[in-house]
Design a protein around this ligand. Structure first.
Ligand code: NAP
Length: 256
């Protein structure tokens, strides 16, 4: 956790932040001085996360806004309330991502595939449109999209999810071009990070999966949060349209 107050005076909206990577990003932003709004579908775990994020941080401002990222009204409400109640929207992190389809694309249920693209890609664009309209178009800002190494290389096992993350990576490039110079848009591509989401990915055994990584361990949510905080800070002022891997060296091995 950083001691640098480089996000003081800024407001961030982090989607899908009642646990896992999103919650760690919210914690890192708070530690760096930002005010934070967080979303998730289930209200009670979201309220609990907000309480946990405030605990031990005097003056920490955390606004929980329950809603499904795939729902346009929920996106509009999250953005509108962030600006109205926290005063601005300088940072948007599209962290929400789902992966309900495994295995053969020939067997894949197309409604499930459509849902993956809707939540992982279309909802991210929807949030950016809303943030642009409500604040960033006039005042500027920084956006980070949560992609995956599965968006950079084929995995076989999580193919539909990987295709959606590849689309998110290209969307990041297109938006960086269209929204510069006042809004920067980047993505991060994690390898396997120990969260609820990844439980199915390490079903074969954590040690066996970790052995494939040069760093010989799986990622933690904090490993990703530090990179995201850097990307939205002024230290990354000339970085836009990029996708930065945070994968313990996995893709360097060529094994994916
Ligand atoms: N963990 C990994 O190994 C890994 C690797 C690469 C990339 N990623 C990406 O990192 C991001 C975060 O993953 P994670 O591992 O932290 O997941 P996680 O532990 O499962 O947390 C997901 C969060 O998103 C919320 N959420 C899920 N669906 C939502 C929806 N439709 N609308 C609003 N909120 C929703 C969940 O709360 P509710 O259930 O209450 O909605 C929860 O707060 C995802 O985009 C994922 O694709 C993860």
């Amino acid at each position: 956790m950083s001691e640098i107050q480089d996000l003081a005076g800024r407001t961030a909206l982090v989607t899908g932040a009642s646990r896992g990577i999103g919650m760690a990003i919210a914690a890192e932003f708070l530690a760096r001085g930002a005010k934070v709004a967080i979303t998730a579908r289930k209200p009670e775990p979201l309220e609990e996360a907000a309480r946990a994020l405030r605990a031990g941080r005097e003056g920490a401002v955390v606004l929980p806004i329950a809603g499904n990222a795939g729902d346009a009204d929920a996106r509009a409400e999250a953005v509108t309330r962030t600006v109205a109640e926290l005063g601005s929207l300088d940072i948007l992190v599209n962290n929400t991502g789902i992966n309900p389809v495994f295995g053969s694309l020939m067997e894949a249920d197309l409604d499930a595939v459509r849902k993956i693209f809707d939540v992982n890609v279309v909802a991210a664009l929807g949030f950016i449109q809303q943030a642009h309209k409500a604040w960033m178009g006039e005042h500027g800002g920084a956006v980070v999209n949560l992609a995956s190494v599965a968006g950079l290389r084929s995995t076989g096992a999580i193919a539909a999810y990987g295709a959606s993350k590849a689309a998110l990576i290209r969307l990041t490039e297109e938006l960086a071009w269209q929204l510069g110079p006042s809004i920067r848009v980047n993505a991060v591509a994690p390898g396997v990070v120990k969260t609820k989401f990844a439980e199915a990915l390490v079903a074969g055994g954590e040690e066996q999966t970790a052995a494939m990584y040069p760093m010989k361990r799986l990622g933690t949510p904090e490993d990703v949060a530090g990179l995201v905080a850097f990307l939205v800070s002024d230290a990354a002022a000339w970085i836009t349209g990029d996708t930065i891997r945070v994968d313990g060296g996995l893709l360097a091995t060529g094994s994916l």
